[in-house]
Design a protein around this ligand. Structure first.
Ligand SMILES: Nc1ncnc2c1ncn2[C@@H]1O[C@H](COP(=O)(O)OP(=O)(O)OP(=O)(O)O)[C@@H](O)[C@H]1O
Ligand code: SF4
Ligand SMILES: [Mg+2]
Length: 411
């Protein structure tokens, strides 16, 4: 967890990523799936923002949109901007509007992503060693040359800017160094870096894995290869979409340490998508909660975990199993997530919310600010009296509700 204070973060101009009013739709034969619906948030340099929410609520589509990786069609960026600022120059690129060559140059270089589905992210026709070698050639050219005992100033295509312009060419050029001894030394340096990167993620027998193709590896192995690849990029922003779901707990701890190390070393910002709220408590500076395509609550992670304000967040925390909970008495949220095909203009949580009232089926609540840099999208926090919303247990804006089950998370 970085030491960025949450109150500094909210509404700050010091952002690295700003997602502004993002809506992503999928046009299907059954109708328009509104997967992401007017979502806005920021990630500041060096901080970790956790994004949580029930399955199918739009977390991965949001993450892929940041890289402009949603397939069009059937996808369609219906509204919004995804702005990435260069902390060194202040220059801003809108990933959704920029020319594709700029978007491609930004992906992998300034933003890297650990995909939820590693199978789709790796190139099936290249060995793992070759895929990782290209990443190292592209992002760590100077280091490789130095490790090979070659003066980077005298090496062809040794600069990162040239590498970026000619992605893929750099590796071949390295291997075509005129001096055969240099070429061999560089190959050895590349191999050593690839082996180190694979070993760091706990992959057994990395040398053998290097010569394997993705289909020859298990899901957990592929996930670790992808993690090694993402970390090798040294990005400004790492998007980690459930990065450790296919891994056992010991490897999971090792991967989280690796990500944490990179954050400390590089000041990398992390957008961390997870279902595991205990990891949120451990690693996140801020927490954003999604429900049915919309952000419903955000704020400093520990504050939100200690005193969730949105009924959905409260339900999510109450559903965490605790030691001593009798079998069959877990507090699940009744009902299920509404379908996102042409949803009616109402609070998407209204069919499952015990505070729901007439107004909740006539209005789509937007995020409104609360104290301590928090936001919540619930009509109980707006003009509840004139809207006729059920005010039972209505929280005051200052004296926020403490939910007992949240204490289990933060203890
Ligand atoms: N290519 C597609 N065509 C149609 N609908 C899609 C497509 N991709 C995603 N969706 C829909 O968009 C919605 C959001 O999906 P998304 O993958 O972002 O969910 P998620 O929050 O990441 O869920 P999980 O926690 O299970 O990973 C879902 O309803 C999904 O069915
Ligand atoms: S707006 Fe109404 S239905 Fe939606 S979460 Fe708030 S009280 Fe519940
Ligand atoms: Mg997902």
């Amino acid at each position: 967890m970085s030491n960025v204070s949450a109150s500094d973060v909210n509404n700050s101009e010091d952002w690295l990523l700003r997602v502004d009013d993002l809506s992503v739709h999928f046009h299907t034969p059954r109708g328009v799936v509104q997967a992401v619906d007017h979502v806005s948030f920021e990630v500041r340099p060096g901080e970790t923002l956790a994004l949580v929410g029930e399955t199918g609520c739009g977390k991965s589509v949001t993450a892929r949109s940041i890289m402009k990786l949603v397939p069009e069609p059937p996808g369609d960026y219906a509204s919004g901007k995804v702005m990435l600022r260069n902390p060194a120059t202040g220059a801003v690129i809108d990933m959704l509007a920029a020319p594709m060559d700029q978007v491609r140059a930004t992906r992998g270089d300034r933003i890297a992503m650990i995909f939820q589905d590693p199978g789709k992210a790796l190139n099936p026709s290249l060995t793992i060693g070759r895929q990782l070698a290209e990443v190292f050639g592209e992002h760590r050219a100077q280091m490789l040359l130095t490790n090979a005992g070659i003066d980077p100033a005298k090496a062809p295509l040794g600069s990162k800017s040239v590498a970026s312009q000619r992605a893929g060419v750099i590796r071949r050029s390295f291997f075509n160094l005129t001096h055969r001894g240099q070429s061999r030394a560089l190959q050895a340096a590349v191999d050593a870096s690839v082996i180190d990167a694979l070993s760091d993620t706990g992959i057994p027998n990395p040398r053998k894995v290097m010569s394997s193709y993705p289909h020859e590896l298990s899901g957990g192995m592929k996930q670790r290869v992808m993690i090694a690849q993402a970390l090798a990029c040294d990005p400004d922003l790492l998007i980690a979409d459930e990065p450790t779901t296919a891994l056992d707990v010991t490897i999971q701890a090792r991967i989280l340490d690796l990500i944490n190390d990179m954050q400390q070393r590089r000041g990398t910002a992390i957008l961390y998508i997870t279902h595991d709220l205990s990891l949120v408590r451990q690693f996140a500076d801020r927490l954003a909660v999604m429900y049915a395509g919309r952000l419903v609550e955000s704020g400093p992670a520990l504050e939100v975990l200690r005193s969730p304000q949105h009924p959905y967040t409260q339900g999510l925390l109450a559903a965490i199993p605790r030691a001593g909970t009798p079998r069959g008495q877990l507090a699940a949220i009744a009902g299920s997530v509404p379908q996102l095909i042409d949803p009616p203009p109402q609070c998407h949580f209204s069919s499952r919310c015990s505070f729901s009232a007439q107004a909740c089926t006539n209005h789509v609540p937007g995020l409104i600010p609360l104290p301590v840099a928090r936001e919540v999208a619930c009509l109980r926090f707006t003009d509840a009296v004139s809207l006729g919303v059920n005010q039972e247990q209505m929280p005051s804006h200052v004296d926020l509700i403490e939910v007992e089950s949240a204490e289990a998370v933060s203890s």
